[in-house]
Design a protein around this ligand. Structure first.
Ligand code: C2E
Ligand code: CA
Ligand code: CA
Ligand code: CA
Length: 281
């Protein structure tokens, strides 16, 4: 091994080799998973902080791997983005989530004021036929398009502002709502907010988890709230875990909240039971 250059030595580094094999294995498994329908969607309630009642749900994908068990999206979403597999997974999630909200609506468990929020990755958003895909699912499930909310991160605008604008205007025409996910964690300027029809800003969990009752712990949250007010957008605070955090967000008049304090993302059956129980926080 001594005669090899530094780079080549690294090539045979057993830990790196193992990691590369693992990534390749995961990619193969991911391809199979799409055909074998190993993905399910869990639903986390979003609460209106003024009424304390459920006002919507966020759809979050789960991969039920036959031998690894449930694989976290934090592990496979980045790989799915890299390989483009996110396009098929994302379409599936959108379809399952729209079917679910329609089922709840038809069983009269919810009314049309309850929305379903679905994550759309930047790569998925850049597909030429993304609007047609959405149209097709809306037509197939017969949901009211106003009940559908798409969660997009700032990165979806940045690389392709021109086509992003056209897509967002098409969605607006259909009255589909739009949230900016992980707002404030990116590095973009705020100017895009003027140009795009955005309804909601989602405050990332990294901001909310810092809240400890003190004024300083609010950090950027009051500024985000102010931006939203000026632009006539609403704010969802994600990752609320404690009563104290909830109280602090209520004091700021933050409209919506989501987090383990209320409920974790739940499988279809438990989410339905929660709706029936109609909790008030
Ligand atoms: P995200 O969109 O920011 O979703 C919120 C994440 O925070 C979810 O993690 C949720 O389970 C978690 N969470 C919610 N409340 C709490 C809390 O009180 N405490 C803690 N510790 N965590 C909380 P999850 O489901 O593991 O998803 C991670 C990320 O994976 C998501 O972050 C999103 O970026 C991505 N993701 C998940 N499902 C999808 C999907 O269907 N499509 C796409 N493109 N991305 C997805
Ligand atoms: Ca999200
Ligand atoms: Ca995210
Ligand atoms: Ca987040």
């Amino acid at each position: 091994a001594k005669t090899l250059g530094k780079g080549q030595y690294h090539l045979f580094d057993p830990t790196m080799h193992a990691a590369a094999v693992q990534a390749l294995q995961l990619e193969n498994d991911l391809r199979k998973a799409i055909h074998q329908e190993e993905f399910v969607v869990h639903y986390q309630p979003i609460i209106s902080l003024s009424t304390g009642k459920i006002t919507g749900f966020e759809a979050l994908v789960r991969w039920q791997h036959p031998s690894r068990g449930t694989v976290s999206p934090a592990l496979f979403i980045p790989l799915a983005e890299e390989t483009g597999l996110i396009n098929s997974i994302g379409k599936l999630v959108l379809s399952l989530a729209c079917h679910q909200i329609q089922e709840w609506y038809q069983k009269k468990l919810i009314d049309e004021s309850i929305f379903m929020s679905v994550n759309i990755s930047a790569r998925q958003f850049a597909q030429l036929d993304i609007v047609e895909q959405i149209d097709q699912i809306v037509a197939e499930t017969q949901i009211n398009p106003q009940c559908l909310k798409l969660e997009i991160t700032e990165s979806a605008f940045i690389n392709n502002a021109q086509s992003a604008k056209a897509i967002l205007q098409a969605l607006r025409q259909r009255q589909i709502q739009l949230s900016i996910d992980d707002f404030g964690t990116g590095y973009s300027s705020l100017s895009y907010l003027h140009n795009f029809p955005v309804d909601t800003l989602k405050v990332d969990r990294s901001f909310v988890s810092k809240l400890d009752g003190t004024l300083e712990s609010l950090g950027l949250i009051p500024a985000i709230k102010k931006i939203a007010e000026t632009m006539k957008m609403s704010v969802v605070a994600e990752g609320i875990e404690t009563e104290k955090q909830l109280a602090q967000l209520r004091e700021l008049n933050c409209e919506f909240g989501q987090g383990y304090f209320f409920a974790k993302p739940l499988p279809k059956k438990e989410a339905t039971e929660l709706i029936v129980a109609s909790p008030k926080w």
